[in-house]
Structure formats: structure tokens, C-alpha cells
Design a protein around this ligand. Structure first.
Ligand SMILES: C[S@@+](CC[C@H](N)C(=O)[O-])C[C@H]1O[C@@H](n2cnc3c(N)ncnc32)[C@H](O)[C@@H]1O
Length: 142
């Protein structure tokens, strides 16, 4: 696992908007190394990190990032996109959802948006802050 370029861009965006973050409920989905969520927590947001419930090693990476950054209070949940699990049901209303480099596999897009849609039921004003990278290869004329 590594910090994807999108995570650096989203972390910079969070830092730029850091004055709006204290006290905000922020959920990072597909967090991996969790750089944006860690920055949000350092800026005073009430952060929850999440990654796929089916990828325990990724959840362990999230926990490790919390430990290394002295944020033991940040909860880490297994949230698989598109699954309405007990952990998703149990979340309080969120103000911001962070999604760094999760829009890379078109077949996952609907599941990601289903999770965001569910969070919108709890708080219709929730915002999705997302960065993505276009990976499509360019066709080079022969
Ligand atoms: C390209 S990585 C981005 C990681 C991190 N957000 C970053 O930008 O550095 C995609 C992340 O999505 C997670 N992921 C993949 N499929 C998932 C799913 N179905 N549900 C939840 N998370 C998933 C992976 O475990 C991984 O952490």
C-alpha cells in the first residue's frame, strides 16, 4: 500500500479548508494509508476511517497510520462499498465523506455512490470531497 497522488491532492485541499474542519464528522472511504483522514483529524475533525471489510490488511494499514500519527481515538471500520452493513447503519450523520482515488474501476462506481446515497439519507447536506486520477491510456497515432 502507498499514498496515492490523489491522497496528496485531497490532503492539500483539506489543509486549505482547515478552518472549516473542527468538530465536523468526516468519514474516509477506501482510506488505505488514510492521509486525507489523518490530516482532517489533525485539523480537529471527528474522523472515522474505513476500507473494505473484505480486506483486513487494508484495515490494519488504517490502524497503523492512526498509531503512527498519535491518533488512537480514530475509529477504523470495515465498510465495503454498496453494502449496507451494521457498521454503516451504526454511523452517526456525517458532514463530509472523503474519497481519494476510489473512482478507478467503473464497475465499482455504482457501489460507491450507493454508500454515499445511504449517508445522504442520514444527512442530506453531507458533502463528498473526492479526487481521482485518469488512468486511461492515450491512443498514440502510428
Ligand atoms: C487506489 S487505493 C486508494 C487508497 C487511498 N484512498 C489513497 O488515495 O492513498 C483504493 C482503496 O480502495 C479500497 N477498496 C477497494 N475496493 C473496495 C471496496 N469494494 N470497498 C471499500 N474499499 C475498497 C482499497 O482497499 C484501497 O485502500
Amino acid at each position: 500500500m502507498y499514498v496515492w497522488p490523489c491522497a496528496v491532492v485531497l490532503a492539500q485541499y483539506l489543509w486549505f479548508h482547515r478552518r472549516s474542519l473542527p468538530g465536523k464528522a468526516v468519514l474516509e472511504i477506501g482510506a488505505g494509508v488514510s492521509l486525507p483522514g489523518i490530516v482532517a483529524a489533525k485539523c480537529g475533525a471527528k474522523v472515522t476511517l474505513s476500507d473494505s471489510a473484505e480486506l483486513p490488511h487494508c484495515l490494519e494499514i488504517c490502524r497503523q497510520s492512526c498509531r503512527m500519527n498519535h491518533l488512537p481515538q480514530v475509529p477504523v471500520l470495515g465498510l465495503t462499498w454498496g453494502h449496507v452493513s451494521q457498521d454503516l447503519l451504526g454511523l452517526p450523520p456525517q458532514d463530509i465523506v472523503l474519497a481519494s482515488d476510489v473512482f478507478f474501476e467503473p464497475e465499482d462506481f455504482e457501489d460507491i455512490l450507493t454508500t454515499v446515497y445511504f449517508l445522504m439519507q442520514k444527512n442530506p447536506r453531507v458533502q463528498l470531497w473526492s479526487t481521482y486520477q485518469v488512468r486511461r491510456a492515450l491512443a498514440v497515432p502510428a
